[in-house]
Design a protein around this ligand. Structure first.
Ligand SMILES: Nc1ncnc2c1ncn2[C@@H]1O[C@H](COP(=O)(O)OP(=O)(O)OP(=O)(O)O)[C@@H](O)[C@H]1O
Ligand SMILES: [Mg+2]
Length: 523
């Protein structure tokens, strides 16, 4: 392969006045980059300089063939002229890529010429790589520097690594720096990152209590702030407390003098979220009237503060969080379908802790360092204590019903009680007993509550034996669309063994024993 360089004669630099550096000459003096042919583009006005460069090259590098190519430019700063002439040059050149390797020397010529070279090589009209040379630095490099610029950005490993690194940082931000291993969770976080940084549309975070929705919403805001998608504040609205008379002034604000003249002016949460993020936490708790108010405000970004006679405008990104399945609430007529449609653009469901057991260990470490920070002391588990706790935490029978809230509180308790900063096996055993009892009691309470919901005071007359069973039946009914569906689910095993004929009838008879019908137990 012959090595060919194409470049402009440098009308200033190639005179060699500056540090005796003549780029087109020195270019040919690199032992590790032998130039077989140099195509030197020159303007007739500089014919003498071109010849002098040719001679100089002959003495530094006799094996280099120099071809002087005349290219007169009325104005070397005129983009159209330079591009047109170079384009014609490239078209007529007859590149032979099987035999020759081409480079374009960028160091000489005007900036306009550099841009034209860039465009022509990028579009492969000139099948060359770009060369940049620099003056000698010190004795050991008499020919100066020479760098090949490879335009294929995908090959720029370093750049790619920077993108990856940035993405890892944003991921780490969303995960609070916890090295989670669950593939489903990690994929979820990646999607959230992508949506948070490329879209202004509402995001909906679903998930059981304590799965980290509120925490995540704040981190999404941090990410949007870092990526300059928002510049305002993070404003959290607890929808459970937005009820009745308080809802309007809290959201929309109030003009001074409203309500008998004594009230003070309030900006309202929507106004405070202007340019930032409005987080509608527990949006499933919103009453129907409040749903209408919110929908209008987030759709138009305009509303009237109480007592005001002109509208105000506020623009914000919306994130909503909910414990319950909003689609089911819509089906039951308890949530407005139009508000749901508005929020349900990007919906993410956070998994329960028990469904990502491989993340329990890193999460315990995270909770541990959090507890250390609050307590201001270092705490560690004794080896046997750590093993015992980890086995319990990861056991499929351990459900962690309160998710991170339970886990965080448990670690915090252990750390607080640890004598001289060591958690012992005995302490872990006590903690496990306590948690198990706590969860069992919560379950009993829930069962009792469920049965009481349906039976009223008659629940008092029911044996514990029946109560547990009835609670499970009610739960199944509430999650099923019809009596037959609930029956199929509750008697699935008998059905598979063909021991049961009519599931619906069997369920109807069971409910009847307590004086209940399908209408009483279905949601
Ligand atoms: N990824 C996590 N790892 C460890 N702890 C977490 C994580 N996410 C949240 N937490 C902690 O768990 C607790 C509950 O989190 P958060 O309040 O965000 O849950 P939530 O889903 O909003 O619950 P709820 O629906 O009950 O409001 C908080 O103390 C929070 O700091
Ligand atoms: Mg929350």
């Amino acid at each position: 392969m012959r090595n060919v360089v194409i470049g402009f004669l440098g009308t200033q630099l190639d005179m060699g006045k500056k540090r005796r550096w003549r780029p087109s000459v020195q270019l040919c003096g690199h032992d590790d980059f032998p130039v077989d042919r140099l195509e030197l583009l020159y303007d007739d006005e500089y014919r003498r300089l071109a010849h002098s460069v040719e001679q100089a090259i002959a003495s530094v590098s006799p094996e280099t063939e120099v071809l002087l190519r005349r290219m007169d430019l009325a104005d070397p700063w005129d983009f159209q002229e330079v591009y047109g002439k170079l384009f014609d040059f490239a078209r007529d050149y007859g590149f032979d890529e099987d035999r020759e390797r081409y480079h374009v020397h960028l160091t000489t010529g005007t900036h306009v010429a550099q841009i034209c070279w860039f465009l022509l090589t990028e579009s492969r009209h000139v099948p060359a790589r770009l060369l940049q040379t620099g003056p000698p630095r010190g004795e050991d490099m008499p020919a100066g520097t020479l760098d090949v610029i490879d335009l294929d950005l995908s090959k720029y490993n370093a750049l790619q690594q920077r993108f990856d690194l940035a993405s890892r940082e944003y991921n780490a931000l969303l995960k609070a720096g916890i090295e989670t291993r669950n593939p489903g969770f990690n994929a979820l976080i990646e999607r959230i990152e992508l949506v948070a940084t490329t879209s202004d549309a509402p995001m909906l975070l679903l998930g059981a209590t304590g799965t980290g929705k509120t925490d995540l919403a704040e981190r999404i805001y941090e990410l949007k702030l870092q990526r300059r998608r928002v510049k305002g504040r993070f404003v959290q609205v607890n929808c459970g407390t937005l009820k009745g008379d308080r809802a309007m002034p809290t959201l929309f604000g109030r003009r001074r003098g409203e309500m008998g003249g004594a009230g003070s002016e309030r900006r309202g949460l929507l106004r405070e979220a202007d340019g930032g993020v409005l987080f509608l936490d527990e949006v499933d708790e919103l009453g129907v009237d409040e749903q209408a108010l919110i929908l209008h405000a987030i759709e138009s970004g305009r509303y009237y503060p109480m007592g005001a006679d002109h509208e105000v405008t506020s623009r914000f990104h919306v994130i909503a969080g909910a414990n319950r399945d909003l689609a089911a609430l819509v089906a039951q007529g308890r949530f407005r379908p139009d508000l749901y449609a508005r929020l349900n653009m990007w919906t993410f469901t956070l998994p329960a802790l028990r469904d990502r057991r491989e993340d329990i260990e890193p999460n315990i470490e995270y909770e541990l360092s959090r507890a250390e920070k609050t307590l201001g002391t270092q705490v560690g588990f004794n080896t046997d204590a750590a093993q015992k706790y980890m086995r319990f935490a990861k056991d499929p029978a351990t459900l962690w019903p309160g998710n991170f809230r339970d886990l965080g509180a448990s670690v915090q308790r252990l750390c607080t009680l640890a004598p001289r900063g060591r958690v012992t096996v005995k302490m872990v055993e006590d903690e496990i007993t306590w948690l198990t009892a706590q969860w069992a009691r919560a379950n009993e309470n829930q069962d009792a509550q469920l049965v009481r919901d349906v039976l009223g005071d008659a629940a008092d007359g029911i044996d514990e034996f029946d109560l547990v069973q009835l609670a499970a039946v009610i739960r199944a009914c509430r999650q099923s669309a019809s009596l037959s569906a609930a029956g199929r689910r509750l008697f699935a095993a008998s059905r598979a063994q063909k021991a049961s004929r009519n599931d619906a009838d069997r369920l109807r008879k069971y409910l009847d024993r307590f004086g209940l019908t399908w209408a009483d137990v279905s949601a």
